[in-house]
Design a protein around this ligand. Structure first.
Ligand code: NDP
Length: 448
């Protein structure tokens, strides 16, 4: 009989925690999970999944408009936000059930409570119940960061955006990263007047410059406004319930909703980390080694709480690698090179590998190939929106070191193309592949 209640106690049932717990259990470990909210975590409950459904819903606004040019006579279309919201939330319930089932079918015990580490191997649940475990995994994720300015509590974050009673008439989105640009597209398509404000003069820092410029240009054409180099000064409530936002370098604005999309911070508070000696970095993220081991030997951490790469598929890989290493007798690290990513803006962006700027800084000489084209569908639809594909190659080896795209279906195309980039293929390998015609993705093998 083991001296502990469990072999593994996981705190947090998001993407990383669920994968780690399930795989550890499959390796024969006795596993428990504490989750204070809902099984599934940010991605499933209030992130990637419901966001993507809203993106689909939003896209109909343009599709219905374009349909007229393809011969469809559509009587005035009406949009019902509450219907979409509730359908999305119902599907979130379904997925929450599936994730719960994944754990229970592997005999992982779930405690719907908050947990705190109260001794080297001891966890205390909010009910006061104490449990012990040989290994503890922290997978508590991250939460939206809200800049501190007077009246910030009048704003919302992406957490609340999925539950709105109605689409606000005028929305100010703070930040110009992933969440800001995705919700800008969503709200704009649903008819809101959208303004993005950012502290710097850039959007989507880290993405290729040409692709970012194209998104800015298309967003402006769609009627989205931007306020750059702007810091919040205060938010006040007007008599009619609307909000007055004062910011540096720009005139104050009256809006109906302020959405903060200004980055995410690791959830480390109240976990008892300092009491057991788990170290965090200057951003509050848990420090881990390549095996996700913290400064305490038997305590590990995976996912956004470690702030390595804040993406669901990365958290899942970290959870899998942890479980294989610790309970599967198979030491495994995660390969962080060439991680493809996408922004589900309107139109979407996707990228893998180095940007042109990075390649110029790190490689001797670089060759860049681009295709700037109007997708066939946009031509017939009279939609003056151009796509941009950009391939960055190491001039000495011909190897493709980066691929960046903006245009319809860019994320879908990128997943396949990223395999070639990750495999280290060359521009000649791309050129040797016959095009699938007529498609947008054929541009990838025709780049000049
Ligand atoms: P991002 O890091 O993408 O963007 C944050 C934005 O907020 C930037 O424009 C940044 O400005 C600004 N900002 C950061 N800190 C402050 C501050 N203290 N005050 C004012 N402005 C600030 O964060 P998001 O919140 O959009 O998303 C969080 C993470 O979630 C992303 O990094 C991503 O990893 C993940 N995510 C992934 C998605 C996907 O894969 N499609 C979708 C949504 C989220 P500046 O650039 O000038 O510094």
């Amino acid at each position: 009989m083991s001296e502990y209640d469990y072999d593994l106690f996981t705190i947090g049932a998001g993407s990383g925690g669920v994968r780690a717990s399930r795989v550890a259990a499959a390796h024969g470990a006795r596993v428990a999970v504490a989750e204070e909210f809902r099984v599934g975590g940010t991605c499933v409950i209030r992130g990637c999944v419901p966001k993507k459904m809203l993106v689909y819903g939003a896209h109909f606004a343009e599709d219905l408009e374009d349909a007229k040019h393809f011969g469809w006579d559509i009587p005035e279309a009406k949009f019902d936000w509450v219907k979409l919201r509730d359908n999305v939330l119902n599907d979130v319930d379904r997925l929450n059930g599936l994730y719960t089932q994944t754990l229970t079918s592997h005999e992982v015990e779930i405690f719907h409570e908050r947990a705190r580490i109260t001794g080297p191997h001891e966890i205390t649940l909010s009910s006061g119940e104490k449990k012990t475990a040989k290994v503890i995994l922290i997978a508590t994720g991250a939460r939206p960061h809200v800049p501190s300015c007077p009246g910030h509590e009048l704003g919302i974050t992406s957490n609340e955006a999925f539950h709105l009673d109605a689409i606000p008439g005028r929305v100010l989105i703070a930040g110009a990263g992933y969440i800001a640009n995705e919700f800008a597209g969503i709200f704009n398509e649903f008819g809101a007047k959208v303004t993005l404000m950012n502290r710097s003069d850039q959007l989507l820092r880290g993405y290729d410059e040409s692709v970012r410029d194209r998104l800015l240009q298309i967003s402006l054409t769609k009627g989205i406004e931007f306020r750059f180099n702007a810091q919040f000064e205060k938010i006040e409530q007007n008599e009619d319930g609307s909000l007055k936002v004062s910011m540096s370098n720009h005139d104050p604005m009256d809006v109906d909703c302020v959405l903060f999309a200004t980055g995410r911070v690791p959830n480390v508070e109240g976990l008892g980390l300092e009491d057991v000696g788990v170290e965090v970095d200057d951003k509050g993220a848990i420090k881990v080694d390549e095996y996700s081991q913290t400064s305490v030997d038997h305590i590990y951490a995976v996912g956004d709480v470690t702030n390595r790469v804040q993406l669901t598929p990365v958290a899942i890989r970290e959870g899998q690698a942890f479980a294989d290493t610790v309970f599967g007798d198979k030491p495994t690290t995660v390969d962080y090179s060439c991680i493809p990513s996408a922004v589900f803006s309107h139109p979407p962006i996707a990228g893998v590998g180095m940007t042109e700027g990075e390649a110029n800084r790190t490689l001797g000489s670089v060759r860049v190939y681009t295709s700037d084209f109007r997708p066939m569908k946009n031509v017939v639809a009279h939609r003056n929106e151009r796509s941009l594909y950009k391939m960055i190659c190491d001039a000495e080896t011909d190897r493709v070191v980066g691929l960046h795209m903006i245009g319809p279906e860019a994320p879908e195309i990128m997943q396949a193309a990223a395999i070639a980039v990750k495999a280290g293929l060359t521009k000649a390998d791309f050129d040797a592949t016959v095009a699938v015609h007529p498609t947008m993705s054929e541009e990838l093998v025709l780049l000049k």
